[in-house]
Design a protein around this ligand. Structure first.
Ligand SMILES: Cc1cc2nc3c(=O)[nH]c(=O)nc-3n(C[C@H](O)[C@H](O)[C@H](O)COP(=O)(O)O)c2cc1C
Ligand code: SF4
Length: 644
């Protein structure tokens, strides 16, 4: 049991039941054409409030139309937003959670084509478009907009607000020397660069009332050249305390930084805790930390060791809204883990799509159904294949009251995902497999290993439905000289499985995610690796945050990457190819191994047994069509919900 995480805490005038805050996340769904909140966002928060979190923030609350970060975020700049916000607060209130709004202006990091900022300097990454320096009168107007937005939040019934002074958005742009080269009272000295923040804090406290808790999110480090640094945060923090902040929430990173605000699985868990720890030494008010704090025992230790007073969870609460309740009961294995892929959540919203989650297909659909309940006529379900799709389907069928059998032709579960988890830095992919394994165990669903689907087995089980989650296998390309070469020819699957070995100089054919993680797997222990990608970009199916860390690793390990490659022929010890747009062909020689890591093809042999059974057969996951994990899990859960 955890000794510290579930102790109450006083935040300003609020008594909070535990030390967990769901951090602000711009989820980019659940608003109408006026950016007023609608059912999907309301139910998303109700689900998370039910899950037991102590405090919870609506993300991306725009204080001004010109500072909207993304298209589908709630607006706070007009009194017309109040009624729907009030309805959302009323729906959430029964669940004993302190509910707040993060107030923000995107500045040069807004998605809008015309952006404003302290100075006319564009953001170094992610967004494009004109940037105009704000006039003094506009700065004063924006200060007032923050105040008015806070007043609206209070009128709607929220318990608190958080001012977003982090992550390179407008307030942070004023604070950081690299984005603020103003010569007036808002630029230059430390006092001038932080003036906008202090004026906003004062305006918010004046308009919303001095008793209304106002937290501040600021960066402990921008992790970018000439940016805001930890020494600045430590200098600023006592002043914010004196000015009436209810808490300080310490995060890190801006668009284009070397450490990302939303780090992927390659980053250590708790990557920003040291920043909060440094701030905590100079203030008395509650300090909140954030950043890949996945394990409740880790969160508890952070509080116990006095590194922070509260722990903010972002993606862990997207992945499992019931994380707090499960953690409090000590049911750690029952938490559906975020795997740090960044694909369903931040990658989607930055592409202006609705936010979701690779491991939790319910995100954004909470308002439609509760997928684990429901009256069903119990049926006999046979799931073939115990990879992520098969296990996800088996779990939900069992939870819904069906009688489930799983057969797997290999001696272990996990499928290709368990191989991907063997690549450096990708071990967290195993967490989701372990979650499904433990769930099947808890639900009493056994897996028959070393059991391919045969006519005999089908007859013995005599199911009502057969779910084919038989996965995929590498597709061997036909390229001149490939099969005649003296180089060893292996697939990424057999390599990661340990069935085949590579030599010391390796050509990886394929620049998708599996090609790159295989290259990393080989280069990490010191092999010389070249990747040939016949497509125009690398690992498009990965999120940009995840791919960023992988590319950095490949650079460090001196992996040579070629894209837009047209292969002429393989030789006995190498390859001749042309890169699109280049006049000269490239010849590589002295290699001993080629690893095939291009396309996958579905494994569908079992389909032929359908005519021997009364059962209807359904394909899911890679067996339907080889794609990303996100589709495997969502298809699995959809099929399990669709059969009553
Ligand atoms: C989809 C998404 C949207 C986010 N939007 C915001 C935001 O509007 N404001 C903010 O301060 N942080 C935002 N964040 C950052 C999170 O609040 C959090 O700091 C970050 O995800 C790291 O914490 P985690 O590892 O627990 O997810 C966002 C994160 C995600 C995944
Ligand atoms: S999409 Fe990936 S990173 Fe985002 S919450 Fe889900 S598992 Fe975590």
């Amino acid at each position: 049991m955890l000794s510290h995480l579930f102790n109450p805490i006083r935040i300003g005038s609020m008594d909070v039941k535990n030390r967990l805050l769901m951090s602000a996340m711009s989820i980019n769904f659940g608003v109408d054409e006026n950016c007023h909140v609608t059912d999907p966002l309301m139910e998303y928060f109700v689900e998370r409030a039910k899950g037991g979190v102590g405090m919870m923030l609506v993300g991306g609350g725009s204080v001004h139309p010109g500072g909207q970060e993304l298209p589908d975020l709630p607006q706070m700049y007009d009194d017309s937003c109040i009624p729907s916000l009030r309805t959302m607060v009323e729906r959430v209130k029964p669940y004993d959670v302190k509910f707040g709004v993060q107030l923000m202006h995107g500045g040069r990091q807004s998605y809008l084509p015309e952006k404003v900022a302290p100075s006319a300097i564009p953001a170094p990454a992610v967004v494009k478009g004109e940037v105009r320096a704000l006039e003094i009168e506009e700065i004063r107007e924006l200060v007032s907009c923050f105040g008015e937005a806070a007043r609206r939040c209070r009128e709607a019934g929220f318990d608190f607000v958080e001012i977003h002074g982090a992550h390179g958005y407008l307030i942070n742009q004023f604070m950081a020397p690299n984005s603020n080269i103003r010569m007036d009272e808002y630029g230059g000295s430390f006092e001038n660069r932080t003036r906008f923040l202090f004026e906003i804090l004062e305006a918010v406290r004046t308009k919303a009332g001095k008793d209304f808790p106002v937290g501040l999110r600021i960066n402990g480090n921008d992790y970018i050249e000439n940016g805001w640094e930890l020494k600045d945060t430590v200098r600023l923090a006592p002043g914010l305390e004196k000015a009436g902040a209810a808490y300080l929430h310490i995060s890190g990173g801006v668009y284009g930084s070397t450490e990302l605000t939303i780090p992927s699985m390659y980053t250590p868990q708790g990557c920003f805790v040291h920043l909060a720890e440094a701030v905590k030494k100079v203030v008395e008010l509650p300090v909140i930390t954030v950043g890949r704090i996945k394990d409740p025992r880790h969160a508890d230790r952070i509080i116990q060791e006095g590194k922070a007073d509260m722990v903010a969870l972002g993606r862990s609460i997207i992945a499992d809204p019931r994380y707090p309740a499960k953690a409090e009961k000590g049911e750690f294995d029952r938490i559906r883990p975020c795997v740090g892929c960044c694909l369903g959540c931040i990658h989607a919203v930055l592409a202006k799509e609705p936010g979701g989650c690779v491991v939790n297909p319910n995100v954004g659909r909470e308002y439609r159904l509760n997928r684990e309940d429901g009256q069903v006529i119990p049926r006999k379900i046979l799931v073939v294949g115990a990879g992520p799709a098969g296990m996800a389907a088996a779990r939900l069928f069992a939870l819904r009251g069906h009688d489930v059998t799983v057969c797997e032709k290999e001696e272990a579960s996990g499928g290709l995902l368990s191989l991907a988890a063997k690549a450096p830095g990708r071990g967290e992919l195993d967490d989701i497999l372990n979650f499904f394994r433990q769930e099947l165990n808890r639900l009493g669903v056994g897996i028959c290993f070393n059991t391919p689907l045969t006519a005999g087995f089908l007859k013995e089980i005599n199911p009502d439905r057969v779910i084919l989650a038989t996965g995929s296998m590498p597709d061997m390309p036909v390229i001149k000289g490939l099969f005649q070469s003296k180089m060893a020819l292996v697939t990424n699957v057999d390599l990661l499985r340990g069935k085949d070995k590579a030599g010391e100089k390796v050509i990886v054919l394929g620049g998708g995610m599996t090609g790159l993680i295989t290259a990393d797997f080989l280069a990490d222990p010191g092999k010389e690796v070249v990747v040939l990608n016949r497509k125009k970009s690398f690992a498009e199916e990965m999120s940009s945050n995840d791919r960023y860390y992988l590319r950095e690793r490949l650079k460090k390990n001196k992996v040579v990457l070629y894209k837009n490659v047209n292969i002429r022929s393989f030789s006995d010890d190498g390859v001749v190819f042309k890169v699109k747009g280049e006049s000269e062909a490239v010849t590589l020689a002295g290699f001993d191994t080629v690893v095939i890591s291009e396309k996958q093809q579905p494994v569908r042999d079992a389909k032929k047994l359908e005519k021997e059974s009364r059962a209807k057969f359904h394909f899911i996951g890679d067996a339907k069509s080889p794609r990303h994990l996100m589709y495997c899990i969502s298809e699995a859960e959809e099929i399990a919900c669709s059969i009553d």
